[in-house]
Design a binder for this molecule. Structure first.
Ligand code: NAD
Ligand code: 13P
Length: 396
């Protein structure tokens, strides 16, 4: 029988880390996956020993991503590829892992070049907003490529996982009925590999475009099979079905992390930060209830790594928090800090704050989300940090 071919789209700090752990797993599960993992690299020139070299060539010769994940040895079966189309060719599992602002362009470039029965996992934290419409990244990918796409998100600091320090994550994936094999250990109905006429989007609405089933001579993409692609002794995977909760937790906490950095940079301490985190989680839950009432499972936000877990780590040790704090301490804009301090890495909170605020404004409900509104105002210098307690009091 056939084996799944895995392609990774993205090779930044988290992208390369996920590439490392997936390549370790494809070697260990030769009955499910082909060993080699192709990793698309946005090509650039890097300086190595005083010589300019292509990043893909450095990764493939030194087995190290010297720019985005330095000092971490990568498996030799993780192969850097500068061609997006070649990376995704014949892959049955597409793992998307790059800053969310680039996903539109990526989908345009690979449309028509992927296997019709590919399945996706998005490790991207963000949302896409057009006017008064918001979409989860996994949903955007699914819709633009006509595939099913799940989401991986959790309290995950790339450099720690790359150094094999233990942590947890959450993967949300609903194996499409047409992909279920005849005898299923979970007792699910037999999908028989027949195209389904309809499946549902993140709001529970029926999508009419049929999915092309994964042929039955491939191993079934059950929760266990997917777990075996991502779980490592140092990386515990919890499998759930709530793509909305997992995706919103990961995207919206970046706004809260910025607020925590602002507050701490201003000289306030843990108690102020805790107030911001508590309010932030309330606004995330309110957002999920308001815009995804039929589908979100709130327990994901309370119980999973992708919920409170990610909120805590993001507000105490991740990049959006760290660099927004630095911006306030130095009295410069956070965009300036992103340009000068991050060596090409991206802060997702800045664009997510703007996107979510413009969506809430278009719906006329921005005042119901005082923390989200305050973060945008602070970024635009229309609201002062000192006003935060007052804004919260007004919203009581
Ligand atoms: P990163 O911050 O390291 O971003 C840099 C990447 O963007 C590089 O690979 C660069 O080549 C690429 N890039 C730059 N310009 C580009 C363009 N025009 N088109 C395409 N790619 C371009 O990225 P990351 O840390 O791998 O983050 C990817 C996603 O994972 C984000 O949504 C992030 O929120 C999420 N995430 C990150 C971490 C972490 O600790 N780094 C942990 C969990 C989740
Ligand atoms: P940053 O992008 O702020 O580093 O967040 C990483 C993350 O998502 C932690 O779970």
């Amino acid at each position: 029988s056939k084996r799944h071919k895995v392609a990774l789209i993205g090779s930044g700090n988290w992208g390369t880390t996920v590439g490392k752990l997936m390549a370790e797993n494809t070697s260990e599960h030769p009955n499910i996956f082909e060993k080699d993992v192709q990793m698309w690299v946005y090509e650039e020139t890097v300086e190595v020993d005083g010589n300019p070299q292509k990043l893909t060539e450095v990764i493939n010769s030194k087995h190290e991503n010297v720019k985005y994940l330095p000092k971490i040895k990568l498996p030799t079966n993780l192969i850097a590829n500068p061609s997006l189309v070649d990376t995704v060719k014949d892959a049955t599992i597409l793992v998307f892992n790059l800053p969310h602002e680039f996903i539109g362009n990526i989908c345009k470039q690979i449309k028509g070049h992927i296997s019709p029965y590919a399945r996706g996992i998005s490790c991207i934290k963000g949302v896409t907003v057009t006017d008064d419409k918001i979409e989860l990244i996994s949903e955007y990918i699914g819709e633009h490529l006509n595939i099913y796409c799940g989401a991986l998100s959790g309290a995950n600091i790339a450099s720690e996982i790359a150094n094999e320090m233990w942590c947890e994550t959450t993967i949300a994936y609903n194996t499409p009925p047409c992909d279920l094999h005849a005898v299923n250990s979970n007792g699910h109905a037999n999908g028989n590999g027949q195209p389904v006429e309809e499946h549902r989007d993140s709001r529970g609405q029926i999508i009419k475009t049929p999915l092309v089933p994964v042929p039955q001579d491939y191993p079934e993409l059950s929760h266990e099979a997917l777990r075996s692609l991502f779980q490592r002794p140092y990386f515990t995977v919890s499998m759930v079905s709530d793509v909305v909760g997992v995706s919103l937790g990961g995207a919206l906490k970046n706004i809260v992390a910025l607020a925590c950095g602002f507050v701490e940079g201003n000289g306030w301490n843990m108690t102020a930060k805790t107030a911001v985190m508590r309010r932030g989680m309330l606004e995330i839950i309110q957002f999920a209830r308001e815009f995804y009432p039929e589908t979100v499972q709130e327990k994901t936000l309370w119980e999973e790594s992708a919920g409170w877990g990610d909120m805590i780590v993001s507000c105490t040790s991740a990049r959006n928090w760290r660099y927004s704090k630095m911006a306030v301490e130095r009295g410069v804009s956070i965009q300036e800090i992103e340009r000068t301090e991050l060596n090409g890495q991206k802060l997702q909170g800045i664009s997510t704050s703007r996107e979510v605020s413009s969506f809430l404004r278009a719906r006329g409900v921005e005042d119901k989300y005082p923390l989200f509104k305050a973060v945008e105002g602070i970024l635009d210098q229309t609201i002062k940090l000192e006003d935060i307690p007052h804004l919260f009091r007004k919203a009581q």
